[in-house]
Write a protein that binds this ligand. Structure first.
Ligand code: XMP
Length: 512
């Protein structure tokens, strides 16, 4: 396994993902991880990330001196390379010319094992983002490459297994970067690439069994990717010791509840308690129009109902959750301070502490792509594993203003048609998230010989990597025409369909 020490670069998570894509397990920790913890972790290699600071600044983040004496290979990226350079007597200075974006890396000297094959005709395109560079080469190192602006952009001490690169191999804009990281973890560090879906499942199953023993586990199943994969995995490990609670809040999509039951209870024989709580949710929401208040009402009622049901499973000792690695990193890495709360995204989280249950989080170390890969390996339906994200409050935040059953039924039918069309036209998997929104305003239309006065459905489809910023999807007119026609013809109560062409920011992805 590989240890990644984080100096605060916006790309650190990408390093971890690239390493995992090489089927090597890695963990990301803050740069000041104590040395004895590093020794206990026993990495086969260490990667030092980039970071926003300058190494020569007072109090700049640093690593323990002994880090380079552990006898394992170290790769320093950007700030990490500068840190390593200074440690070995090199000199880092502010660059006369900063370098951001594409650069042409020019080979010098022998490439050595890490850069073997990295250059084509002495060059390799890379992505740079730095204001400082290494001016004097550290002792014992040789220069592998530079650019016109910065003569020292890749260094190595092959004998000691120490490497530094000024560019960012972890981003897609460095075409051969993925290979470079792969070579580092596999060839230089000697990791074998055992981190495959089958192996992840096998390890997790063994761990769950060891942790839980003969005790009972309960899990709040929502039908979303994370809780579904957690359920399938835990069920594989402990079978009937797992009880799932699936709360149908009446704000799910068309037939969603039945699909969840079919997948888990019927096909896999998982014990699922289905709670039909539509009426309770709708009456709690009656007249509540404010988006944040709706979120609170839905979140609180969910916890209340989950507690009631879990209380009936009297011997439960464990609460399982589908927490994944990015959730862990985000809540631990709060050093930079989070942006203020635009929308409260409480999911199935925030479950009752006073229930005194032990927490089981089998996906805690996995990235979303890994969760999906093991979901497929566990035999979950493709459509469930590759589904767009669906917010915890469900249709509750896609019906603008006050929610009622009539609106929810109309929205469910419109959304189902939209999804069906996106699947059949092949757009679904090119879109990051798509859904229909119910607008409680009436507009005039004409159908046959009669005047209509009915509701409006808005269609949203966005492309995004991180859901922090998003662009609207350029849906072809012909597809929009077909979807609009079908919704207006097939969904009673709707006579107008509009397409949302706002990006985030300034709009958000959901309408509430
Ligand atoms: P926004 O609308 O903030 O959405 O651009 C970004 C992502 O978050 C999802 N979202 C939520 N997820 N509970 C959730 O679990 C919520 O209350 C919530 N609000 C938004 C949204 O679907 C998108 O993927």
């Amino acid at each position: 396994k590989i240890l990644i020490l984080d100096f605060g670069s916006q790309y650190t998570q990408l390093i971890a993902r690239r390493v995992r894509e090489a089927h090597v397990y890695c963990e990301l920790h803050p740069f000041d991880m104590p040395l004895d913890e590093i020794r206990a972790f026993a990495p086969r290699g260490i990667i030092l990330s980039g970071g926003p600071k300058a190494v020569y600044d007072e109090g700049a983040p640093a690593v323990a001196e002994e880090l380079f004496e552990l006898g394992v290979p170290v790769l320093g990226i950007c700030y990490g390379m500068q840190l390593m350079s200074r440690h070995f007597g090199g000199e880092v200075v502010p660059a006369g010319k900063r370098e951001y974006g594409h650069a042409d890396l020019l080979a010098q000297g022998r490439p050595g094992p890490l850069f073997d094959g990295f250059f084509a005709e002495g060059r390799s395109p890379v992505w740079m983002s730095h204001g400082d560079h290494v001016e004097r080469i550290p002792h014992g190192f040789e220069v592998v490459a530079g650019t016109d602006n910065a003569p020292v952009c890749a260094i190595q001490n092959v004998e000691r297994g120490l490497y530094g690169v000024q560019f960012h191999p972890e981003v897609n804009h460095t075409p051969r970067g993925e290979t470079l990281l792969n070579v580092f973890v596999r060839r230089i560090c000697g990791c074998q690439g055992r981190w495959t879906p089958g192996q992840i499942i096998e390890d997790a199953v063994a761990r769950i069994r060891a942790q839980v023993g003969a005790e009972r586990v309960i899990l709040g199943l929502s039908g979303g990717v994370d809780s579904s994969v957690a359920a399938a995995l835990i069920h594989r490990a402990i079978g009937d010791q797992l009880t799932c609670v699936f709360v149908d809040n009446g704000l799910l999509r068309l037939n969603e509840g039945d699909q969840v039951m079919a997948t888990f209870a019927e096909n896999k024989g998982v014990q699922v308690i289905r709670v039909d709580a539509e009426e309770r949710f709708l009456s709690a929401l009656a007249g509540v129009a404010d988006p944040e208040l709706k979120r609170k009402v839905i979140g609180n009622l969910f916890v209340e109902i989950f507690e009631e049901e879990a209380g009936k499973v009297s011997d439960a000792q464990w609460l399982a959750q589908g927490t994944i690695y990015p959730d862990v990193i985000e809540s631990a890495g709060g050093k930079t301070g989070k942006a203020h709360n635009i929308k409260s995204h409480h999911n199935v989280g925030g479950l009752p502490e006073h229930m005194k249950l032990k927490l089981l989080e089998p996906l805690r170390e996995l990235f979303k792509d890994e969760v999906r890969a093991i979901g497929e390996e566990l035999g979950l339906p493709h459509a469930m594993v590759w589904r767009h994200p669906f917010p915890g409050p469900g249709l509750g935040v896609r019906i603008l203003g006050a929610v009622n059953k009539e609106y929810a039924d109309i929205l469910r039918r419109a959304d189902a048609i939209y999804m069906e069309e996106l699947y059949s036209s092949g757009h679904y998997h090119k879109i990051s998230q798509a859904f229909a929104v119910f607008l409680p305003v009436k507009s005039v239309g004409v159908m046959g010989d009669g005047r209509t006065y009915e509701y409006v459905i808005a269609l949203r489809a966005v492309e995004t990597r991180d859901f922090m910023t998003a662009g609207w999807y350029p849906m072809p007119y012909a597809d929009l025409a077909r979807i609009s026609n079908r919704i207006i013809n097939e969904v009673k109560g709707v006579n107008r369909v509009v397409y949302d062409i706002s990006s985030k920011p300034p709009a958000t992805i959901e309408w509430e």
